[in-house]
Design a protein around this ligand. Structure first.
Ligand SMILES: [Mn+2]
Length: 264
């Protein structure tokens, strides 16, 4: 069995794919747990039949150390296929993407994927078509999400913070850092359809959200806020890691805390 995290990202999925292809686990069952956790809370490597990737802090999770050359994909690659030069290059790209060091790197775009399927199935164009349909469905879902985000962004709240201009938005899909930063925000806040909330600041901004966390704890002591070690990201629930207790605050109340009015 292979265990990854909810809302699996490229690192988690690529690590699973390598285990399936290079570790004879083609038929392994897949399970997904909140990011950071393990299956049933057991120690990550206690059962050799259960492999955790990108979660659980075991042998195939890279989150116990800060090392930008590591990812779950890279750890699995070193173990399963250390001498495969093609896989090494793919793992380098995945690692850069996982650490947000590249916007796409040399990872394939959709035309490259079609090219790849044509290389895999040169005599069977119908297989190329079949293989691509799921990708077009995913593209459609992603594009629809972008459109919903753009509509919600039009209703945004703009405000000033001690660090500069802020933008807050609410939508079923949450917020969009890309849209917020493109409008010049230093910091943005969002609330999604499930009530997950988050605050994030631009990576080069001198923002420290420690005091914001203190204010939030005072206003809403039960909520499960998590301050990222960078001090630039404050989260209460994500698709990867649902909170134990969501925040009771409205987006407007959250904006009040960020503006620095401790009035309500
Ligand atoms: Mn990762």
């Amino acid at each position: 069995m292979i265990v990854g995290h909810l809302s699996p990202d490229i690192d988690c999925l690529c690590a699973i794919w390598i285990l399936r292809r290079w570790h004879n686990l083609e038929h392994a069952a897949l399970r997904f747990v909140p990011s950071g956790q393990t299956l049933d809370g057991a120690p990550p490597d206690s059962d050799p039949q259960i492999l955790h990737v990108d979660t659980g802090r075991g042998r195939f999770d890279h989150h116990s150390v800060v090392d930008h050359s590591l990812s779950a994909t890279e750890l699995v690659r070193r173990d399963c296929a250390p001498s495969d030069g093609v896989l090494k290059r793919i793992a380098e790209d995945v690692t850069r993407l996982d650490h947000a060091l590249a916007e796409g790197g040399t990872a394939p775009n959709i035309c490259d994927l079609i090219d790849g399927f044509n290389a895999l199935y040169p005599e069977a164009p119908e297989q190329v078509a079949q293989a691509m349909f799921g990708n077009f469905d995913a593209w459609y879902a992603s594009e629809a999400k972008h459109m919903r985000l753009e509509q919600a962004f039009a209703e945004r709240i703009e405000f000033d913070t001690p660090w500069g201009f802020g933008i807050a938005m609410e939508s079923d899909d949450g917020g969009s850092s890309r849209l917020a930063y493109s409008e010049g925000a230093v910091l943005y806040a969002y609330r999604d359809g499930k009530g997950n909330m988050g605050i994030a600041a631009k990576s080069r901004a001198q923002v420290d959200l420690t005091q914001v966390l203190r204010d939030l704890k005072r206003l809403d002591p039960q909520a499960d806020w998590f301050l990222h070690p960078s001090k630039r990201m404050l989260l209460c629930g994500t698709p990867k890691s649902p909170p134990r207790v969501r925040s009771k605050l409205t987006l407007e109340e959250l904006v009040g805390v960020l503006r620095g009015d401790h009035l309500f």
